[in-house]
Design a protein around this ligand. Structure first.
Ligand SMILES: C[S@@+](CC[C@H](N)C(=O)[O-])C[C@H]1O[C@@H](n2cnc3c(N)ncnc32)[C@H](O)[C@@H]1O
Length: 230
């Protein structure tokens, strides 16, 4: 047996990383929930860009649903590592600073910003400007933009991470809907209790996540779909 070849194969893949399975279980589930509420689920023929992808594990988890996936981050080292760990030509990673306004050569059907600090900002107008800029750079007229984050709704930033209140999030989305006449929605994956076919441990975890103050959420902005009136 060629031991080196065995390990070369193993280490060429994200799944060899510690915590991959936990990320897969935790974020994979949330992402499946998200896809269920997006009307157009024919994603296998669609493209996805993951803005601020960091370690790329979530990008790798999400790519199974898409035809082509690109992860973007401004940290060169992590992008180099991510590209080494992707053995799939349909999953690539690129270095780019999302603060610069250069237009991307490639446009995407789905744009995800997962924990991107550019939206961890109290100033709603600034969030809106950044969103517009990113849609111009990476999107088309019919792209879906997804912001994936968490908040305890306290309007504070005790550790630097700004926790938008429900009112602030609603004001922001109202602003986007009015300006662009698009459909937006906020979805809290753990505010939907599913206890069926679960072990006691899983049930307790679900209940904990349900009642916990800090909640994960998705904001979904569907361009090209006009907001229904009334
Ligand atoms: C909180 S981490 C989230 C990482 C990953 N999305 C995840 O959920 O595991 C934020 C990431 O965004 C990247 N980032 C922040 N500002 C950026 C910018 N202006 N351009 C590109 N990447 C940026 C950071 O390098 C970091 O990897």
């Amino acid at each position: 047996m060629d031991i080196k070849a065995v390990y070369e194969k193993k280490y060429s893949h994200f799944a060899a990383l510690p915590y991959y399975q936990q990320e897969f279980d935790f974020y994979g589930r949330q992402f499946e929930d998200l896809l269920k509420i997006i009307a157009d689920q024919q994603c296998k023929s669609k493209s996805l860009v993951d803005l601020g992808c960091g370690f790329g594990m979530k990008t790798h988890i999400m790519k199974q649903y898409f035809g082509r996936t690109v992860g973007i981050d401004f940290v060169e080292n992590i992008i180099a590592v991510n590209n080494l760990l992707s053995d799939d030509p349909k999953l690539t990673f690129k270095v780019s600073d999302l603060n610069n306004s250069k237009e991307s050569e490639e446009k995407f059907d789905y744009i995800i910003a997962n924990g991107l600090s550019l939206f961890n900002e109290k100033n709603i107008d600034l969030c809106s400007n950044r969103l517009e800029q990113l849609v111009d750079q990476y999107g088309t007229e019919t792209s879906t933009f997804i912001i994936w984050s968490f908040t305890n709704h306290s309007s504070t930033a005790p550790s630097g991470w700004y926790n938008h209140s429900k009112e602030e999030l609603n004001t922001w989305l109202g602003q986007i809907e009015q300006k662009h006449n698009v459909k937006t929605q906020v979805f809290y994956p753990y505010k939907k209790l599913r206890l069926k076919n679960k072990s006691v441990k899983e049930m307790l975890l679900s209940l904990y996540r349900y009642f916990r103050k800090r909640q994960y959420y998705f904001i979904i902005i569907q361009y090209g779909i006009q907001q229904s009136k009334g």
